[in-house]
Design a protein around this ligand. Structure first.
Ligand code: PLP
Length: 339
């Protein structure tokens, strides 16, 4: 906790003064920007109010107004994509205290690129032969309880999953063919091996670790805590609790591995990740989502959500037969998150 506060205080020296003093535009203000055309209705689509959560099938979270502004800016100003990738990576790393950082086209892409990085370690010919894994480590250790739908992404560069349950399993499984040890958080079923033990083992065995923490925000400060935990790589989804672009995400961690991961992705034409392209709007939108999220205190964020709940309560509580109660759903105990 103390560590986190110290880092947040330190942000003042990193962020431009304008960013810190800018007041938050309201969502209502933001929706008035536009051409006045109702594009979805023109297409015959039925709009809905998302009261379920930042699910991918529902288009993720509503972007922060600051993010929308940044994306509009990026849409009308040109810089070289590699320069933008460098600059946003450097800024994000300093915001969260990681050695290096890169914007990805979502957490899934971060998993693909991070795994490929651990398999090829920047060797150009190995990078180009993926998903053929001949002559390189290709096994990824994963706890049985951490198997989930997105682990498909680990296999995209050609990796094979090796399931473990105990620390002894890990020791028996790790050999020259091991590329990475994967960790998921949070899990519904818990861990057989804790995050701390898992990282300790990995260090002892000389294997890089990767953590999927895609959904562990809000608050955005959890990204700082996640980095502090000390995985070699950790990823986040940009379009969920961070309220950034739906198709963006973050890969954070060791400088060498981030450099390798970058070489596996766009705009490098021969890379396995060439299709996981990121637009200037997304680079900038992702940075501003993180920057804005880190400036907002947990209390302010909860108060903002409470205002929205109150609007709903006011609108429906007069209806005959309706009783209104607010509660925090299981799994979101730390958060009141409605978007
Ligand atoms: C949503 C999710 C992802 C994928 O995130 P994208 O940014 O949509 O690629 C990965 N891991 C977990 C745990 C998720 O919930």
């Amino acid at each position: 906790m103390t560590k986190r506060r110290t880092i947040i205080k330190g942000l003042a020296s990193v962020l431009p003064a304008t960013a810190l003093s800018a007041s938050r535009p309201s969502d209502a203000q933001e929706t008035t920007i536009g051409s006045g055309r109702d594009y979805f209705r023109e297409l015959g689509l039925k709009p809905f109010i998302n009261a379920a959560g930042a699910y991918s099938a529902y288009g993720g979270a509503r972007m922060r107004p600051e993010v929308v502004s940044a994306m509009r800016y990026a849409a009308t100003h040109k810089v070289k994509i590699r320069d933008l990738h460098d600059a946003t990576g450097t800024r994000i790393a300093s915001l969260v205290g990681s050695e290096a950082a890169m914007v990805t086209s979502g957490a899934t892409a971060a998993i693909v690129l991070g795994t490929a990085a651990c398999m090829t370690k920047g060797n150009e010919s190995k990078m180009q032969q993926l998903p053929n894994t001949e002559g390189m480590p290709y096994k990824v250790i994963i706890q049985k309880k951490h198997r989930y739908t997105y682990d498909r992404a680990l296999t995209v560069p050609g990796a094979k999953l090796v399931e473990v349950e105990t620390e002894e399993d890990v020791r028996n499984a790790v050999n020259k063919k091991t590329a990475m040890m994967f960790f998921l958080k949070p899990t519904q079923e818990g861990d057989n091996i804790s995050s701390a033990r898992y990282r300790h083992l990995a260090k002892e065995l000389g294997v890089p670790t990767f953590c999927d923490a895609a959904t562990t925000t809000p608050p955005a400060t959890n990204v700082i805590d996640g980095v502090n935990e000390g995985f070699d790589l950790i990823c986040y989804s940009g379009g969920k609790g961070l309220r950034g672009p739906y198709s963006a995400g973050l890969l954070l961690g060791r400088r060498d591995l981030i450099n390798y991961a970058r070489r596996q992705g766009a705009p490098n034409d021969l890379s396995i990740g060439r299709g996981m392209k990121i637009s200037a709007e997304e680079y900038l939108g992702m940075l501003v989502a993180l920057e804005t999220g880190l400036q907002i205190s947990d209390a302010d964020e909860i108060a903002w959500k409470q205002t929205r709940f109150n609007n709903i309560i006011t609108a429906i509580s007069g209806l005959a037969g309706v009783t209104v109660k607010t509660f925090v759903s299981a799994g979101h105990a730390k958060e009141l998150y409605l978007d």
